[in-house]
Design a protein around this ligand. Sequence first.
Ligand code: C2O
Ligand code: CU
Ligand code: CU
Length: 533
Amino acid sequence: MPVPPLISGNQFNLTIAPGSKQFYPGINTSNLFLINGNYLGPTLEFIQNDTVEIDVVNNLNVNTTVHWHGLHVPAVYDGGPHIEIPAGTTWTPRFKVLNKAATYWYHAHTHMLTQSHVTRGMAGFIIVRDTEEAQLNLPRTYGVDDFPVVIQDRRYSPSGNFQLAALGDSVLINGTANAFLDLPAQVIRLRLLNGSNARVYNIGFSDNRSFQVIASDGSLFNQPATLNRLVISNGERFEILLDLTGQQGTGFTMWSYATEMMTDIPGAVQGMGMDNSYLNGIDFPLFQINVVAPTANPVTSVPATLINIPPVDTSGTSRIRFKTLSGQGMVSMGNFFIAGQQFDINVINDTIILNDKELWEFVNVSNLAHPMHLHDIQFRVLQRNGNPPPLHESGWKDVVLVHSMESVKLSMRFETYSNDTIPYMYHCHNLAHEDMGMMLSFAVIDTSGVSTVQQINGQAFSVSYTDNDWIIRHDLKGKLIVDIMDVSGRIISSFKLSEKEETIRIPCHTLPHGVYLIRIRHSTGTSTLKTVK
Ligand code: C2O
Ligand code: CU
Ligand code: CU
């Protein structure tokens, strides 16, 4: 099993170009988008609080994007479908690394073409390191006792090229078929990533050994979770420890025990048509492990405790959003909806006030399980169907698998970055579903600069909002004029208020979501408030 090269520092280069690779001897897969010459890019090592800059050079003849999955970055550098890198150009995002130590990844996120560009190879790992993690006695020598492991399934056409299919017929581990890995006889850390388009895996080992799960998408846990099965859905990461102490000379295999998964999960049962695959509805091996001699200074025990993650605290929640996941369809295609809507690149679906804590509830009334992902933030899982999540889902996360007929409640806070016009995405991380519109957007709006309470000549006025109305309260004496403007200052409508009305309700349900300016003109002065719909 090859381990992608690790690049460190503050300055990174990812050059994307067309290319080919032999996944099986003698068979050329030539429809690839290579990063720095490889199927799958290098692993980027980021240190918390460093400012990093990445030159993303698009030498393809099509536009693409690169998204930093799980990282908390400004919307302009998030690399969603709005942030295209035109063919032949370089995009240079620059951001401070604010995330906790964990395993993240980057991948293409091109409008309606995410599955195509990721299938062709546009993905790679990001490892964030921080001082909290550095204090623990954990394996962290890259490629020696600490390995990234990306699991993908691919389908080949007779010519050897990849077919752009949601479900593949054969497994690639770090871009390699029939992978095996020699591991020293000591505690080993595997950073698992499900980088598949739609297939979900149920990780276990051929000798049924248990393993310690120490981290999820966005952080380590308070303590390891000991499991012998681990469901990993698309885009999710889990770090696991294997204690191989004293096992030199033995071997075993990592499997996906897919037949034990719930049947709404992509790959658990055989499908029909495009969903049909040799890997569906069976248990299958992922890669072989051979235990070899230990290294000089091995980690030989699993820490009993890890970092300190406070319990989920929903106090101060500003807003609850219900998001029904609906539709009926297949793993590879279908008409699925979030809150009855589908993606429109010109529409902002939700506006969120910077620094607000929110509670989101996904209720899945569709026939399939969907791995739901939010950009920008890491969330905590509050409840699955009213019950607290298991230990391995109780840390920071950015993807959560929502089963058919399940309700999942998440708690999160939208901090640091705001942008009135460029949104972040939230979507199903089944890339076929995402491309077909099971994705919406949210903008994080800073309303503090022009606060929700303003004064004109010592008299206060304020605006509050619901999805349907803006409510203006004021103490101003005499007539005033209210102008509703879009974010660029264009007047949408104006109202004259008489002195009797101290509270005025302005219906806004017909306006699109986004940022609005409300200007109050009074004989003693003029002032403008920013609000959202
Ligand atoms: Cu992993 Cu919107 O992405
Ligand atoms: Cu993402
Ligand atoms: Cu889905």
